[in-house]
Write a protein that binds this ligand. Structure first.
Ligand code: NDP
Ligand code: X2W
Length: 349
């Protein structure tokens, strides 16, 4: 009998789901025992994803709590917002470990969730149980947890870019402006006009301006690190590429600092954290430099003329922004090295 941890993936037919499959197949301590679909049970997953031919031969299971309980120890939910609100409590009550990739359990205040996501929130007791798994910052909460709420893609890039400064209270938290861009895989596999080739090719557009659902998630994490309320301006853009997020962040420093002090702060804050790489002075990361990997790369530049600091933070939305971070959380949950199964070199060029 296998001694590996048995994993089930709900939403396995989506982009987040297939990225989980790619990483879990390479994980030494985990085996995928159930790939689950709410709409195509019985079909081989490779029907919809021919790149998985001869690699994943299992047929899709339906969503059946007893079946999942019999087949799995941990369940990843890579489902649209709203699904996990009912499903996670059932899986938790069945004794399963749950890692939810959606936004349903990230915000601790149900009213704030309802305001931004337009769904009724989950029951407060389950919201309280969910551990917000931004590993480099709140990873100490994860070992032994049963229920992880995996951070959003834009929040991961943005919060990692701001964290050292927020934790040290070096910045004016009302001055933060985040100008973020994402590739189209961030919108999932479903078809919509905005990701139609003819609409996004050779195009670059802003969307959800001042109403993006990730705004309160970033404010919640930055507020927690700084111990004071944060109110940010957050603008998202879609760019004609498949993967990648770049968050360009502008902040006012509370008092004058040298660029050396800022670099020293970032380097010491992330010392020993395998997946955060601080670029040297004068060098700025591009999304291709993290493509397919779990890295978050950060570049910094202080404008002594304005006193403003510019932070450039890039991730692969599918990896550090979703599946990779979910597996990093699983590793911490289980007491394994957090890099297990995640040490892929970025795909370049
Ligand atoms: N794409 C990204 O970069 C990121 C995504 N996320 C989050 O991860 C989650 C999945 O995103 P993504 O993979 O991109 O989305 P997709 O749209 O690509 O996939 C979602 C999958 O969920 C399944 N699904 C749809 N409705 C239901 C339902 N009612 N019950 C159960 N399953 C359902 C569908 O599969 P089927 O019909 O087979 O059940 C579908 O394939 C979302 O919450 C998203 O916000 C988070 C960070 C980054
Ligand atoms: C490009 C694109 O459309 N991106 C999505 C990201 C959504 C996502 O992945 O949602 P969570 O991270 O909240 O789970 C958006 O802006 O809503």
């Amino acid at each position: 009998m296998s001694t590996k941890l048995r994993a089930a993936i709900v939403g396995s037919t989506g982009y987040g789901g297939v990225e989980l499959i790619r990483f879990l197949l390479a994980h030494p301590y985990v085996e995928i025992t159930s790939v689950i679909s709410s709409s195509a049970s019985g079909a081989p997953i490779a029907d919809g994803y021919p790149h998985l031919n001869q690699i994943v031969t299992e047929r899709l299971d339906g969503i059946d709590i007893e079946l999942i309980r019999g087949k799995a120890d941990v369940v990843f939910l890579a489902t649209p917002h709203g699904v996990s609100i009912d499903l996670s409590p059932k899986l938790l009550d069945a004794g399963l470990k749950v890692i939810d990739l959606s936004g349903d359990f990230r915000l601790k205040d149900g009213q704030v969730y309802e305001q931004w996501y337009k769904h009724k929130p989950a029951e407060a007791s389950y919201l309280d149980r969910a551990v917000y798994g931004l590993c480099e910052l709140f990873g100490a909460d994860v070992p032994g947890a049963q229920f992880i709420s995996n951070p959003g893609c834009y929040p991961t890039a943005t919060i990692l870019g701001l964290a050292p400064l927020a934790a040290k209270r070096w910045i004016d938290l009302k001055s933060v402006i985040v100008d973020a861009k994402s590739g189209v895989s961030g919108a999932g596999r479903g078809l919509s006009q905005v990701v139609h080739y003819a609409e996004i090719n050779e195009n670059f557009l802003a969307y959800k301006v001042n109403r993006h659902q990730h705004t309160p998630e970033i404010e919640q994490a930055i507020g927690r690190l700084a111990g004071e309320e944060a109110t940010i301006t957050f603008t998202t853009h879609l760019v004609p590429m498949t993967r990648g997020i770049m968050s360009t962040i502008y902040v006012n420093l509370k008092q004058a600092r040298s660029e050396d002090e800022i670099f020293d702060l970032f380097r010491s804050y992330y010392e020993g954290r395998s997946f955060v790489r601080i670029r040297d002075k004068g060098k700025y990361p591009g999304t291709k430099e993290v493509f397919g990997s779990n890295y978050c790369d950060i570049g910094l530049s202080l404008d002594s003329r304005t006193g403003r600091l510019t932070i450039i933070s890039v991730i692969d939305n599918m990896v550090k922004g979703a599946a990779g971070q979910a597996i990093q959380n699983l590793n911490l949950m289980m007491g394994w090295d957090e890099t297990t199964g995640l040490t892929f070199t970025p795909v370049y060029p």
